[in-house]
Write a protein that binds this ligand. Structure first.
Ligand SMILES: NC(=O)c1ccc[n+]([C@@H]2O[C@H](COP(=O)([O-])OP(=O)(O)OC[C@H]3O[C@@H](n4cnc5c(N)ncnc54)[C@H](O)[C@@H]3O)[C@@H](O)[C@H]2O)c1
Length: 359
């Protein structure tokens, strides 16, 4: 019997060739995982986090997260198709994602790196090992993009962005996919050079939008229809009185918005409140824990994607989206990239073993 096991290794450049930097594709994969989450067709253990102190040290000394999951879809093949999403995943995987905040300044390296493993559902042997940094940043953008699609005012034209680094780039691509009428993005980053580089890059990548550096977070917020906070802020700076009526604010980082600001918003939406509570750093969790907002004010986006909960009830509703990031989104996107790579003959096939010495 042939006992050889091989998997497809995809370095980041392979992922890009296989469509990993195509936000329209990532949106389809991420909406698929929100849909299957809404249907309950997933397994998502709480992610273990290695950190060298309390939750606040994730922004100083760093952390390592390990995110295993299973995502189904076989039962919902027809519905996925009707919604124009990708087909079933029906397998499991894991993302290992370390974050070291000093990397960009000290070494010129990205803050986060990641490795993703996907397994064969029949044997549970690995079928792919790939760079996960791109997948992770793209699916984080797309989670906000799906929120924009379902929760923003349809006429949204102005975006405010705080944090113009890695996540700021994918947030902007995804916001534009979710709200194609966006015309202007105002960006504020503590580091002005980062904002300027962001604008230079984004003008080329989204030529029908204007990109403008602004001088404060308040300026980025005021009069914006959709807002993203994607920083490494260590203490809150957002003021709830800055929100325009009807705004949608997507906060993917952890300390930008104080719990009190959530009293200004009508609805809070997360990706999975159980996972948010398990990690214990998101402001939506802290606001509920401290009694600032009632638990009933918070819903999971998947329930809106499957049509069970209508979140926006009026043009004036202010909505706060606060995803913690789920392994099923990584798996869904990694599965899309892997499937494309296989079809296109991209990547290196590597053996796990020729013949296992103990098997
Ligand atoms: N929720 C999720 O699913 C998810 C997934 C990935 C990343 N994230 C979070 O996204 C955040 C950004 O990630 P990144 O890779 O872009 O980080 P990064 O280190 O590359 O960039 C962070 C940027 O934030 C800026 N910044 C720091 N404090 C600021 C402040 N008070 N005001 C304005 N700008 C400020 C920095 O100058 C820097 O440009 C991190 O907090 C990360 O944990 C969340």
């Amino acid at each position: 019997m042939n006992k050889k096991v091989e998997f497809l290794y995809l370095q980041q450049e392979d992922c890009v060739k296989a469509g990993g930097y195509d936000m329209e594709g990532t949106m389809k994969a991420t909406e698929r995982s929100f849909f299957l989450h809404g249907k309950g067709d997933y397994i998502l253990p709480h992610k273990p986090v290695i950190r060298w102190g309390g939750p606040e040290t994730e922004e100083t000394t760093g952390r390592i997260m390990s995110m295993p999951s299973f995502l189904g879809g076989l039962e919902y093949e027809e519905e996925l198709k009707e919604k124009g999403l990708l087909g079933p995943v029906n397998t499991s995987g894991i993302k290992w994602i370390p974050s070291k905040p000093h990397n960009p300044q000290k070494y010129g390296l990205p803050r986060a790196n990641a490795i993703i493993i996907i397994v064969d559902p029949e044997t549970l042997m690995p079928v792919s090992v790939m760079d996960g940094a791109l997948v992770s940043a793209m699916r984080t953008g797309a989670a906000s993009g799906v929120a924009v699609k379902y929760l923003a005012n349809p006429k949204s034209e102005v975006m405010g962005l705080i944090g113009g680094s890695v996540q700021g780039i994918t947030q902007t691509h995804a916001f534009k996919c979710g709200a194609p009428n966006l015309k202007l993005c105002k960006v504020y980053d503590l580091n002005k050079e980062t904002s300027e580089k962001f604008c230079e890059r984004m003008k080329k990548e989204i030529p029908d939008m204007e990109f403008r550096v602004v001088e404060s977070a308040e300026e980025a917020f005021r009069d914006s229809d959709v807002i993203s906070t994607a920083t490494m802020a260590k203490k809150p700076y957002v003021d709830g009185s800055w929100y325009k009526k009807g705004a949608l604010h997507c906060e993917i980082s952890f300390w930008d918005t104080p719990a009190e600001a959530l009293t200004y918003v009508d609805k809070v939406v997360v990706d999975d409140f159980d996972a948010v509570s398990g990690h214990g750093v998101d402001v939506s969790y802290r606001a509920v824990k401290d009694g600032v907002i009632p638990r009933e004010k918070v819903t999971d986006l998947g329930k809106t994607v499957i049509g069970e909960i209508q979140v926006r009830e009026s043009e004036d509703d202010i909505i706060f989206f606060n995803p913690i990031g789920l392994g099923i989104h990584d798996l869904s996107e990694a599965h899309r990239v892997y499937t494309n790579a296989k079809k296109m003959g991209i990547g290196k096939t590597l053996p796990l073993w020729e013949n296992p010495i103990l098997g």
